[in-house]
Design a protein around this ligand. Structure first.
Ligand SMILES: Nc1ncnc2c1ncn2[C@@H]1O[C@H](COP(=O)(O)OP(=O)(O)OP(=O)(O)O)[C@@H](O)[C@H]1O
Ligand SMILES: [Mg+2]
Length: 210
């Protein structure tokens, strides 16, 4: 899906394209997607094996999830955006409120002990909390690009920490006409309706066998 950026601060893309300027000079969508997929897999492996009781799922962690490997490809990796972004009819958090809104969300997450106690609670309670914060971060859309993948990685690490597998989004990810249930649920999140996203999370959340 094409993103619209305000004014001429369109500088993260090669002119006239929606391909982000990257360190490998890749200008072909499919080649870039392969590279991104590879970096995402490396991120999953690294952050999974780095999980410990000391891990704090805070704002720095969210940024690090993107920065650690994607900075090999993108200068903007792990940096909050300084341009306003919309997708379709959805307008994400205005840049001038981005920092304070992020702080508000992560303060709340801290009061929830970064969701580190949900191994003790019901799957439904966990799914509700994940949904709430996932919707908040979706509406925040803090990065220039890779928001969906970085935010899903974030909650996959929280799920792992609590003894669950990575959340299975495969049903929601089936794309028709550039649209899928995850995007529909994201659109609903933007207007405060978390029900579609909850359905996705509860059906994709499974206790790990180990
Ligand atoms: N029309 C929309 N309204 C609200 N949110 C949207 C819309 N389209 C996409 N999104 C959200 O933005 C995310 C995509 O943002 P971005 O392109 O920065 O990340 P990505 O990792 O490249 O994408 P994806 O999640 O598709 O893999 C989606 O995951 C979804 O949550
Ligand atoms: Mg994208």
């Amino acid at each position: 899906m094409m993103s619209k950026y305000s004014g001429d601060k369109n500088y993260i893309y090669y002119p006239g394209t929606d391909i982000p300027i990257n360190r490998l000079g890749i200008q072909t969508r499919t080649t870039l997607e392969k590279e991104e997929q590879n970096l995402l897999l490396q991120s999953y492996e690294y952050f999974h094996s780095s999980l410990s009781e000391d891990t704090l799922f805070d704002e720095d962690y969210l940024k690090l999830l993107q920065k650690k490997f994607f900075s090999k490809l993108y200068d903007f990796a792990g940096e909050y955006r300084n341009v306003n972004v919309s997708k379709g009819y959805s307008v994400f958090c205005q840049v001038r409120y981005l920092e304070q809104t992020s702080k508000r969300i992560f303060n709340e997450l801290k009061r929830d002990n970064y969701l580190k106690d949900y191994y003790k609670k019901t799957k439904e309670d966990f799914a509700k909390k994940i949904t709430f914060y996932l919707c908040e971060l979706t509406a925040l859309h803090p990065f220039y690009e890779l928001n969906g993948r970085t935010i899903r990685l974030f909650f996959d690490m929280i799920a792992t920490y609590n003894g669950y597998d990575y959340i299975d989004y495969s049903d929601a990810a089936v794309t028709k006409n550039g649209m899928n249930n995850f995007i529909l649920a994201s659109i609903e999140c933007m207007s405060g309706n978390e029900m579609l996203m909850y359905d996705i999370i509860i059906s994709g959340l499974r206790p790990s066998n180990q």
